[in-house]
Write a protein that binds this ligand. Sequence first.
Ligand SMILES: [Zn+2]
Length: 299
Amino acid sequence: MSFCYDIKNEIGSIKPNPCCKLPLTYGFLLFSRAFSSEKISMQTENETAAKLYAKLLKECYNAETKIEVGGKKKPTYRAFVPDFSDRLKILASVDFGIAKGKINYDCFERECCEACFIRGAFLACGQIVDPEKGYRADFSVRDKSLAEELQAFLDKNFVKANVAKRGNGFTVYIKQREMIINLLTLMGASSRSLDLIETTMMRDVKNNTNRARNCDSANIRKAVSASVRQRKAIEYLIKKDVFYSLPKELVSAGELRLKYPIEPLSELCKNTDEDISVSGLNHRFKRIEDIYLKLSKGK
Ligand SMILES: [Zn+2]
C-alpha cells in the first residue's frame, strides 16, 4: 500500500485523549465531502478512516453511519449519515460556526486538541506523496475561506502551506520537506516523520561520498530522532512564550536548531559564530529538553 495509506492507518489508530475526541470529530466533519442538513458524508480509499468517522459520530452524537464500498480498481469507502434527525442532531450539537466556513478555536481545550483537529482534517481530505518520489502534502477543501482558515491554522502550528484553486474546490498544499516533517509530527505520526527524514538524509548522504564514509544508518537514525525531540521542545517553548526568556545561550542553540532542522550537531557547530563544541551544544539541548519536560508535564 502507499505511504499515504500507511500514514492514515497510523494516525487513525491513535487513541484520542477525552478532551480531543470532539476536536478530532470536528476536523473530520468540517473537511469532509459534505456537511449540511441534506448530506453529511465523507469519501476515502482508506477503510480505517471511514470506520473511525462512523465510530466518532456514534460516540459523540449517537448517530448511525452507513459505509458503502465502491470503486473499480481500488476500493472506495463512502460513509454517510442516512437519517435526517441524526444529521440535525449533529449539526445542532456541533454548531461551531460552520456556516461561516470558519474554524472555531473555542472547541480546543488544550494543545493536544489542535493536533487532533488537524489529524481529523487530514483523514477527511488529506494526501501525501511518498517521500521517495517527492515532497508534497495537500488538503482538498471545498471553499476558499475554509482553505485560508486551514492555512492560518497550520501556520500557527509551524507548518507553512499555500492555497491554490483546483477543480471545483481549493487545495492547501505543502511542498517543503521540513514543513512536511512538521505536519507529520503535529499529527502524531512520529515514527513516520523519522522514516521520512531518514530516507531523505540517506539520499543526501549517498550523494556525498565523504560523508558516506563517516555515517552509518544507526548514527543517522540517532541524530534524527534527537533533532526531532529538540525541535518539538523548542517549538513548544516558543508557543508557550517562554523560549525567548531563556538564558541567551539556550536561545541561540534553539534558533540554530530551527534554522538547521535535521543536521547533526557537528554540522550545527560549523554553522555558528559561537565557539562551541558538540558536547557543549548537546548539553544546551539537554537543558532545553528538561525545561520542556517540566513545563509540559505541569499543564
Ligand atoms: Zn485534547
